[in-house]
Design a protein around this ligand. Structure first.
Ligand code: SF4
Length: 504
């Protein structure tokens, strides 16, 4: 579909065009945004400096999150006058919502130049060029993948850590989820391609990799190997220089023992499992078309903890699914109490048009959902605090991250993640060397809250290990602004690892 654009998109430029990608949504979107940035940079665009008006704004949208379309149209509305005043500016909308709403976006916001879907990210530069050349909006949405997205160039947020897609799409049909209709059936990448990408990241300085898929443990279904995911974890264990391997997210119904064995027996696979529970009520799980039951879920946790005693387990939970009774909700509280999650992404159910649950009877009134949600949060916060307090006095190795905590300006603490992904704010004792993002420090835990830990070590307790990732960080800083750097507490910090949901 096309519509005629104003002349704002017609001005020729001489300097490189600047861009900004705004991401709404999950890790898949964050990773897709990295690809969009990589593609744009491969095509001569440069990232806009903070505080400047970019020549191109790309929205990577999400149809899964609440209010996604309001948020998108709100943002687009604000940009309309900006675009009129900024000659040559273009606006592109991609991601799940674009795949779902397709032509409606250009009808509602005719100043948008390009709409592209989840299956044709690679077409973005061409569509932008075509829109400029033809002075017409371009919408191109494909029903299935043409090129596996990981074969596109990627611009990563951090050199020390990277995401690697192992599959896209999902063969399940959870009734609350729009992913299967937007991302399509599961498509698995070949193990050799995945491992080559992991190796390339490591060669580039990364020491941590997160394997990404809607449903990582069904990986292999496409080429008929039920144990493909555990084999992939073990193969990552062979990659020299790769210190931390993580993955997200597995589905409880497909969780098999070989994955637990691979986690337990592969030293660089971190002792963390993020496994969505969604509900503790078997009736609600059935209505959600999630094929496991709470007993099976708890059994998996038991097995994981038997084999990996220090495992940290986190989850996603939806409160207020249609038809959820107080009794159903009590079942969720019971499972949460037994499962002892270290943290949980908790969501209030809200209607997502296009999903089967959207038209179910017995939608739960907002105030009931809110009240249940608050009870769940209170319980989960208590458990998270208790679990975190068990860490007091332990010595942990942290990978230093670029982003500091909210109070870093006052406390001058830096931040790092333990093997179990717990966030630790730590101080560097006087006279000790300051680490760079990507370096490793070993410190004792001296304080514990519900959402983070604190370490104020003595000089004797503080150990710094400079890493290849820290060197790569220095190089990347030098490339981007001409200064090799160590992060100074209190100074502005870079963008962080993406987090999703309400309770990281
Ligand atoms: S497993 Fe269910 S919730 Fe997860 S992506 Fe597939 S359909 Fe959606």
């Amino acid at each position: 579909m096309t519509s005629t654009l104003s002349d704002s998109a017609q001005t020729p430029e001489t300097s490189p065009r600047t861009y900004e990608v705004r991401t709404f949504g999950c890790q898949m979107n964050v990773h897709d945004s990295e690809r969009m940035s990589g593609l744009l940079e491969a095509n001569g665009y440069v990232r806009a400096e903070e505080g400047t008006q970019p020549d191109l704004v790309v929205f990577n949208t999400c149809a899964v999150r609440e209010n996604a379309s309001n948020r998108l149209y709100g943002n687009l509305g604000q940009l309309a006058p900006v675009k009129r005043a900024h000659k040559g500016m273009q606006i592109a909308v991609g991601g799940c919502l674009a795949q779902k709403d397709q032509d409606a976006i250009i009808e509602k916001a005719p100043w948008v130049d390009v709409v592209f879907g989840t299956h044709n990210i690679g077409a973005l530069p061409t569509l932008l060029e075509r829109a400029r050349h033809n002075h017409e909006a371009q919408a191109e949405l494909l029903e299935s993948l043409e090129v596996f997205p990981s074969t596109l160039p990627t611009k990563r947020d951090h050199v020390y850590s990277g995401w690697v897609s192992i599959s896209v799409g999902c063969n399940n049909t959870c009734t609350f989820c729009i992913v299967p209709s937007l991302r399509g059936k599961e498509k698995d990448r070949r193990p050799g391609d995945i491992l080559a990408e992991v190796q390339a990241l490591v060669d580039d300085g990364a020491i941590e990799v997160t394997l990404l898929g809607q449903n990582v443990n069904s990986y292999g279904v496409e080429f008929g190997d039920r144990q493909a995911f555990s084999k992939l974890l073990r193969a990552c264990g062979e990659i020299e220089g790769l210190e931390r391997v993580r993955f997200t997210s597995p589905h409880p119904a497909m969780f098999t023992d070989d994955v637990i064995d691979a986690m337990a027996e592969t030293p660089n696979v971190m002792p963390v499992l993020h496994m969505p529970l969604q509900s503790g009520s078997d009736k609600v799980l059935k209505d959600m078309r999630r094929s496991y039951r709470s007993k099976k879920f708890l059994n998996i946790l038991e097995k994981v903890r038997e084999r990996i005693p220090n495992a940290v387990i986190t989850t996603d939970i939806i409160v207020g699914f249609p038809g959820e009774t107080e009794e159903d909700f009590q079942d969720t509280l019971k499972v949460v109490e037994q499962a002892r999650f270290s943290s949980a992404f908790t969501f209030q159910y809200s209607i997502r048009p296009g999903t089967p649950a959207a038209t179910m009877e017995n939608q739960i009134p907002k105030e009931v959902v809110q009240e249940r949600y608050e009870r769940l949060i209170a319980l989960q916060d208590r458990i998270a605090g208790e679990e975190n307090r068990k860490q007091l006095g332990k010595t942990v190795e942290l990978m230093v991250v670029a982003e500091a905590g909210r109070k870093a300006e006052q406390t001058h603490r830096l931040s790092g993640r333990g093997p179990d992904q717990r966030l630790v704010h730590f101080s560097v004792p006087e006279g000790c060397e300051t680490p760079r993002p990507g370096d490793m420090v070993t410190v004792p835990i001296t304080e514990a809250g519900s959402f983070h830990l604190i370490s104020d070590p003595t000089a004797e307790q503080y150990q710094l290990r400079r890493t290849r990732a820290g060197d790569a960080w220095d190089r990347s800083q030098a490339d981007s602004c001409g200064t090799g750097t160590t992060q100074v507490p209190g100074a502005p910090v870079g963008l962080g690892m993406p987090t999703i949901g309400l309770r990281p």
